[in-house]
Design a protein. Structure first.
Length: 202
């Protein structure tokens, strides 16, 4: 079963007594001085101490990097829309990307980025905006959004404070064909769940 926590309301588990932890996106920045961010970071660190599988998506990817000693900074230019992403050699052989060919298309929307990874972390994917995925032990972070459907992508895009010309350009790229191509990245969720199940059965 899956248990959800709205950490922004202070609903943070005291101890991650689960088989795995998934941290999703947020409008916040991981470097903000907020109690709920500190508490969520602590949960991630406790999960890592127990060697639990952790998956971080977008903000979760950044929080994971921060929790293990990486650096997250504001970007000069927001990455937005469907973008090409390339697997590194390590990414091509990582089980979480099993069945996903490089390059692949993914929907991105972020104004912060992981600019430095700590020793022991492995780059799994990148593009011209920088790091797009990494692994640290049993934890994996992905900067892009495999879970977005076209409606969500449009709503998120329209909600951004960006020049109208850029908004329209991103919206024009949210086509059925691009969505179908990007949907292949949803396989990483199945790959992550399979890895969790394998570990739980051991």
């Amino acid at each position: 079963s899956v248990e959800e926590f709205d950490v922004t309301d202070g609903h943070v588990p005291a101890d991650p007594d689960h088989d795995a932890v998934v941290v999703t996106g947020s409008r916040a920045s991981v470097y903000w001085d907020e109690d709920w961010i500190d508490a969520t970071r602590a949960v991630v660190r406790r999960a890592l101490d127990r060697d639990l599988p952790v998956l971080g998506v977008c903000w979760g990817h950044q929080l994971l990097a921060d929790a293990v000693g990486g650096t997250v900074e504001a970007m000069d230019d927001r990455e937005m829309g469907y973008r090409e992403v390339y697997l590194t050699r390590a990414g091509g052989s990582d089980p979480v990307f099993a069945g996903i060919e490089s390059p692949f298309l993914a929907f991105t929307t972020h104004g912060d980025a992981v600019v430095d990874l700590p020793e022991g972390a492995t780059r799994l994917a990148e593009n011209d905006y920088g790091l797009q995925a990494f692994r640290h032990g049993s934890a994996v972070g992905v900067q892009f959004h495999p879970e977005y459907d076209r409606r969500t992508a449009r709503e998120v895009t329209r909600g951004k404070d960006l020049p109208e010309e850029r908004i329209e350009s991103v919206l024009a790229g949210i086509t059925e064909r691009n969505y179908e191509r990007a949907s292949r990245t949803k396989a990483l969720f199945a790959d992550f769940v399979e890895a969790v199940g394998t570990r739980a059965a051991d």
